[in-house]
Design a protein around this ligand. Structure first.
Ligand code: SF4
Length: 265
């Protein structure tokens, strides 16, 4: 089976336990205004302008983003680092974009990894058809589930989509032997206020699947230059470059509510 892979990064240490290979699949249904990888959002192979200097003069070069790969080709990349996975209790993480947009390709890769005895994680926004979401959750060892905000209006304004399907998917999750880590990108002025954090805690207390940990991902403006290179404008809603998310309060609130917490992925 073929899919569109946006990038493959080896020796990743922030996308799950141990040393991992992260496979980024192309395409995402959301448009978070803080997205660091806007070139990952469209599902097909695209182009980004990259500057290069040749013989002392600068020129812009349209460089492809994404490439079509078979599951066998992806697996060849993954198994190269098997020794590192075994020694560090690591494995493979499938990220995006939104990896569930290529769910058939993803499912085959998850099955092939398990045939090889390799631990798998899927990093998802949860925005997917419920049947697809359940099938993928049942096929992975670890789910890294991103929550942007519980507030539906705020979610719509900041990502372009309602969060109902996301929250319903998380609520209905009930998969034995699969670990769940919640990841919250803390965006200053958007979801780092006490009300927003408290609402998220209340929601997480209602779900059936045990939460192994809540990770808070720091906000940064890296990747904003890519918008220009794609011919897009960075969002005017982006927080001031000097604003800092309220991470200490988030860690304290979730910890007091009984969750294991971590700063960073
Ligand atoms: S879900 Fe992730 S990849 Fe998709 S737009 Fe948001 S930040 Fe970007």
């Amino acid at each position: 089976m073929n899919g569109i892979v946006f990038d493959i990064r080896r020796y990743a240490v922030h996308d799950g336990p141990g040393i991992r290979t992260t496979v980024f699949l192309k395409g995402c249904p959301l448009r978070c205004f803080w997205c660091h990888n806007p070139e990952s959002q469209t599902p097909s192979i695209g182009f980004i302008n990259k500057r290069r200097t040749l013989d002392g003069s600068e020129e812009w070069l349209a460089t492809p983003v994404g490439r079509e790969m078979t599951t066998d080709e992806v697996m060849k990349e993954i198994v190269r680092d098997r020794l590192y996975y075994e020694e560090s209790k690591g494995g493979v993480t499938f990220s995006g974009g939104e990896p569930l947009m290529q769910h058939r390709f993803l499912l085959e890769l998850l099955q092939l990894c398990h045939e090889e005895g390799i631990h798998t994680a899927v990093d998802t926004s949860g925005y997917a058809n419920p049947e697809v979401f359940t099938r993928i959750a049942e096929a992975t060892d670890l789910l890294l589930f991103d929550i942007k905000t519980i507030d539906e209006q705020c979610h719509y304004e900041t990502t372009g989509q309602s969060n109902q399907i996301i929250l319903n998917n998380l609520s209905s999750l009930d998969v034995p032997n699969m670990e769940l880590i919640i990841r919250i990108p803390l965006i200053p002025g958007i979801n780092d206020g006490i009300n927003s954090l408290t609402d998220t805690i209340q929601f997480l207390k209602t779900i059936r699947q045990p939460v192994r940990r809540v990770d808070f991902l720091p906000f940064h403006r890296l990747g904003q230059h890519k918008y220009e290179a794609l011919g897009l404008s960075p969002s005017p809603k982006l927080p001031d470059p000097h604003s800092i998310a309220n991470t200490p309060e988030a860690l304290a609130l979730f910890s007091a509510a009984g969750f294991r917490v971590k700063e960073g992925g």
